[in-house]
Ligand binder design. Structure first.
Ligand code: ARG
Length: 463
């Protein structure tokens, strides 16, 4: 009979299509390393607590080592007859070391095992993602550093609003990614709690030492309720949410890359290696990478919604529905990782079209606010300054001239507070550098921001 692990109460063999349908090996095989580590820590504890002999422990550990080697070299005979990764490892162990291999499942169940394995597996990926977010922040800070004086248009409502420095915009992106980094770190601490020992749902009648296993596996604590322990997947959802937030940020960044690289904006050029042409229109250079990242965001949100829906209405405790969690979270991680990776490269190769950026940053009365602030510095209440400048802008529009091209005498007709120093106040370069407070857009503020980012990242090897 297939699947000897649980089949003794059955008289009929499992339908082969049902086996094919219900197996999770094709997805959860990636948990094999975690499963071996968890089993090794578990049996060491069983031995310490007197449930298995030292000689048995030695055999089991040796067997597990062999299984790991075989799996690494692709030689472990995985079979869907054993449903999932856990039963594959157990059955292979018994084949290699004999009857003693059957002792590993004492005091545990697949219900607590699968979620323990998954926590370990996801913990590693959280760490990889944290590192990727740091890599992206590093590239952004580097770029910001080398563009700490280049003017760039700042937008509200996608209308030119005020001049900024290109580095400031890049550092805004870096802030988003820095919050993503923190979010992942927080998710890690909630995830790093061990459910093993909750067994099927109610714990075990054996005296075991869960804290010992937790310590061996690097968990910070053990779960406090056995029923919650086997059915909780909050940590999976937290991870999916972190990924969704990352992708939401990347998608916003990508939208800007698509816009800016569009010839009608022409503010940046994307490296040709990251673009494709059209099969019919020979002139086209399409921003496919940012478009794909923007598009893939939908799939990552989909994983989060899939997980939320998976959990909705699930009664305690373990239900087979939970097996679907892995498909969703693995896809979410895979996509988020590859997007973070490729966008870091893309950003590090983009070129600012400096002249065009200056031109646009200086257009559309972008320093009108500076003029209003100039008037208020001379004593005009801000509302009146705003009103006066509105009239000046109207005047300029009528005459089709720029603010800076106005005659001083014409300007003075709008307010006696205006002097010749007004031209300095409305100069875009002066405008950005007058904003030198914490987090503002001046070159000096940008340098402070980048040096803080470098200081943080240096601790993690980014130099
Ligand atoms: N493959 C299962 C999963 O991923 C493991 C747990 C199975 N437990 C059970 N009682 N059938 O959820």
């Amino acid at each position: 009979m297939k699947n000897v692990t649980w089949s003794s109460r059955f008289t009929k063999q499992i339908n082969s299509e049902v086996l094919e349908f219900s197996q999770s090996l094709s997805i959860d095989v990636v948990l094999y390393e975690a499963d071996i580590s968890v089993t090794a820590a578990h049996v060491e504890m069983l031995c310490k607590c007197g449930h298995i002999k030292t000689s048995e422990l030695k055999k089991i550990l040796l067997g597990l080592k062999k299984i790991k080697k075989l799996a690494e070299s692709g030689k472990l005979p995985w079979s869907i007859d054993y449903e999932d990764v856990h039963m594959n490892i157990e059955n292979n162990l018994v084949k290699i070391i004999g009857e003693v291999g059957k002792k590993i499942h004492l005091g545990r169940s697949r219900n607590d095992l699968v979620t323990t394995d998954l926590r370990l597996y996801l913990r590693d990926f959280l760490d990889i993602l944290v590192d990727k977010t740091r890599g992206l922040q590093f590239v952004l800070a580097k770029m910001a550093q080398s563009h700490s004086t280049n003017l760039f248009p700042g937008y509200t409502h996608l209308q030119i609003a005020q001049p900024v420095i290109f580095g400031q915009h890049l550092l805004a992106w870096s802030e988003m990614i820095s919050r993503d980094e923190n979010r992942l770190i927080n998710a890690r601490s909630d995830l790093n709690i061990m459910p093993l020992g909750a067994a099927a749902l109610s714990g075990t009648s054996l005296k075991i030492n869960r804290a010992m296993v937790a310590k061996k596996l690097g968990f910070e604590a053990v779960t406090k309720n056995s029923m919650d322990a086997v059915s909780d997947r909050d940590y999976v959802l937290d991870f999916a949410y972190c990924n969704s937030m990352i992708m939401m940020h990347l998608s916003r960044i990508c939208e800007e890359l698509v816009l800016w690289s569009n010839p009608q904006f022409n503010l940046i050029s994307l490296d040709e290696g990251f673009c494709t042409g059209s099969s019919i229109m020979p002139q086209k250079k399409n921003p496919d990478v940012p478009e794909l990242i923007r598009g893939k965001t939908g799939g990552v949100y989909g994983s989060l919604f899939g997980l939320l829906t998976l959990m909705k209405g699930l009664p305690l405790t373990y239900n087979r529905d939970l097996q679907e969690d892995k498909t969703l979270i693995l896809e979410s991680i895979d996509t988020t990782l590859s997007c973070l990776h490729i966008i870091t490269k893309l950003i590090s190769t983009l070129k600012l079209n400096k002249q065009k950026a200056i031109e646009v940053a200086s257009s559309s009365f972008s320093t009108a606010t500076d003029l209003a602030e100039y008037l208020s510095k001379k004593g005009e209440p801000f509302r009146s300054s705003h009103h006066i400048v509105g009239k000046i802008v109207k005047f300029c529009e009528k005459k089709s001239i720029k603010l800076k091209d106005m005659d001083i005498k014409d300007l003075q007709k709008f307010s006696p507070n205006i002097n010749i120093d007004v031209f300095k106040a409305i100069d875009p370069e002066n405008s950005v550098n007058s904003r030198s407070g914490l987090g503002e857009t001046s070159s000096s503020s940008i340098k402070k921001q980048t040096s803080q980012i470098f200081k943080k990242l240096r601790k993690f090897g980014y130099k």
